[in-house]
Design a protein around this ligand. Structure first.
Ligand code: XMP
Length: 333
């Protein structure tokens, strides 16, 4: 573990020039280590895995194999975006797996949040492992481990209380043990973003807000149904669109929609009908351990409300969650 610690001489990457020299050095190191072997990467489209993909694509080109698993709990256009950037623009080997039915079938009638998380995590490993077995001759597994993950592991190894376990592709079956390539393991998140931009990744991908591994699965509260999940995806896309347009996307750490498994009476076309409420949450935080509420101007709120009730099938109310953490956690599940 000690060897993984960042040396005092490591200069913080704050500029494009520093990022360029980090990239150059990593390309050399990666080529030396990997040689002509093949490298596999689980590419979720999150900041860390995206930057690793772009860096490895530059270093070893077609020796890199990325697997993008769509668990059906992605935000709107998220998988399409991954395909567009990595397959179409960067010409990376990308295996796209639409596993929506597998995940949603397993999650049917499951309402306990921790069970939902376990099912999603375990099935992700299953799908990824199947793809890894199909690809012959893979020697390395690339991971988007960053420095806070390393520090967290050091803390765990020292027996201190861990804040959060990190979310890399741990737990692969024994027949799939690869050497690890972790080119971002000495970088903090802000440095990863600078490197990502220097690699030519789109700004929106590099500065994207954190999105939990189980995705919309923990925002479609209780037992997930396809219709409520679709409503959630549409409402969330509207919130993001309006935050982009008014500049809040740059200021707010995390903002999203939650849909609980309850209905209330509403009125449409002069008749009563039951619909779900969409709950809007927008928070700011430094470390996700505590969070404050970001005030959304009324005019923006009204626009969001009108668009959600006007455009999203099944939603008849919009609520705004003003609870800080504590007492509320950031997510509802
Ligand atoms: P909470 O809800 O605990 O969330 O205040 C703190 C941060 O962690 C994210 N989060 C998760 N991320 N897998 C993840 O990768 C998860 O199961 C998970 N649960 C919460 C949450 O979005 C917030 O940024």
């Amino acid at each position: 573990m000690q060897n993984n610690l960042r040396p005092d001489s490591f200069e913080r990457i704050t500029t494009k020039a520093l990022a360029d020299s980090f990239i150059e050095e990593q390309i050399k190191l990666i080529r030396e280590e990997v040689g002509d072997k093949k490298v596999l990467l689980a590419l979720s489209g999150g900041v860390d895995s995206s930057v690793v993909a772009a860096l490895l694509a530059k270093a070893i080109g077609k020796q890199l194999y990325c697997v993008h698993v769509n668990h059906g709990l992605m935000r709107k256009y998220e998988s399409e975006n991954v395909i567009d950037v990595f397959q179409k623009q960067m010409d990376v080997n990308l295996i796209y797996v639409d596993a929506t039915d597998r995940f949603l079938d397993l999650l049917k009638d499951v309402s306990d949040p921790e069970r939902k998380r376990k099912i999603i995590g375990a099935e992700f490993i299953n799908v990824f492992a199947e793809e890894a077995r199909r690809l012959e001759g893979i020697s390395y597994l690339a991971q988007g481990t960053i420095y806070p993950d390393i520090l967290e592991s050091v803390k765990q190894a020292e027996g201190k209380k861990a804040v959060k376990s990190h979310h890399n592709v741990g737990g692969l079956p024994e027949d799939l043990q690869f050497e690890l390539v972790e080119p971002l393991k000495l970088l903090y998140k802000d440095e990863v973003r600078v490197v990502g931009e220097a690699l030519g990744l789109p700004h929106g991908m590099v500065y994207r807000q954190p999105f939990p591994g189980p995705g919309l699965g923990v925002r479609c509260l209780g037992a997930i149904t396809r219709d409520r999940l679709n409503a959630l995806r549409e409402a969330d896309a509207i919130l993001r669109d309006e935050f982009d347009k008014c500049g809040l996307a740059e200021k707010v750490w995390q903002y999203f929609v939650v849909i609980p498994d309850i209905k209330s009476v509403g009125v449409k076309d002069e008749s009563r009908y039951e619909g779900w409420p969409a709950i809007i949450r927008a928070i700011n935080t430094k470390d996700a351990m505590s969070a404050t509420i970001e005030e959304i101007p009324y005019a923006v709120l009204h626009k969001i409300v009108n668009r959600i009730i006007g455009e999203v099938e099944g939603i008849n109310r919009v609520l705004y969650d003003l609870t800080p953490k504590p007492t509320g956690t950031i997510e509802w599940e």
